[in-house]
Design a protein around this ligand. Structure first.
Ligand SMILES: [Zn+2]
Length: 224
């Protein structure tokens, strides 16, 4: 099975950057609980790499209820500021200033975004044309759609851009167009893989494939 990316169901960016409610997680049922307890982590297959091996376990189980670990969130999540103006994909009026990711992939994400900003001529209009100002999400504690494991988003090592023109399952993602391809290339140079080439394409999805342990001085990347 391949990792799947679920479009954010949240109505506002604050919720997007937080997590689903415990009550919604409880609906995943006992099978999901057991699979998490058995494996500790997700069991799905990651085409193009797996950033999760050194990221810790973002899940806690208390009284049989599976929930995001607030301790893990506090210890590991940082905010990477976007170089350009951006908004929530599902509401253009909701401004987004950064993406919340795991501290160990923050430097590489920052590098990819800086390269894209440079290649776009540091022009907001070009960023808007690319769709990079339409934010689908970053950290989000949730399952993959096709499987019982956690999404890469639940580890804070994946980000989504412009879901409206790069929908999951589509074989004609906007980022695949020649004039937009430098976005994919810049992520690739930073060690991030693009979901648009997966067996079940996920054109909005970019995912870290390596963990920058050497560049992880404690606390340096702790953002707002
Ligand atoms: Zn995604």
């Amino acid at each position: 099975m391949v990792v799947a990316c679920v479009r954010s169901p949240f109505a506002d960016p604050v919720a997007m950057l937080a997590s689903p409610s415990v009550s919604s997680l409880a609906s995943y049922g006992r099978t999901f609980v057991d699979s998490l307890l058995a494996s500790g982590l997700a069991s799905d297959d990651f085409p193009g790499g797996d950033c999760r091996s050194d990221l810790g376990n973002p899940t806690q189980v208390i009284g049989g209820v599976v929930a995001p670990s607030r301790r893990w969130e506090a210890d590991n999540l940082v905010m990477v500021t976007l170089p350009w103006r951006a908004h929530a994909a599902w509401n253009p009026k909701l401004k987004i200033t950064g993406l919340q990711v795991h501290r160990r992939v923050a430097a590489s994400l920052r590098s990819a975004l800086a390269d894209i900003w440079t290649d776009a001529g540091k022009r907001q209009a070009e960023i808007d044309r690319l769709g990079m100002s339409s934010i689908g999400g970053g950290y989000n504690w949730r399952q993959v759609r096709e499987g019982e494991g956690l999404s890469a988003h639940a580890y804070g090592c994946a980000v989504d851009f412009d879901p409206g023109r790069n929908s999951q399952g589509s074989t004609s993602a906007n980022f695949a167009r020649p004039e937009n391809r430098y976005v994919v290339d810049d992520f690739g140079k930073a060690g991030w893989t693009w979901g648009g080439t997966w067996p079940r394409p996920d054109g909005m999805h970019f995912q870290a494939t390596t963990v920058a342990i050497a560049n992880d001085p404690a606390g340096v990347d702790r953002g707002a």
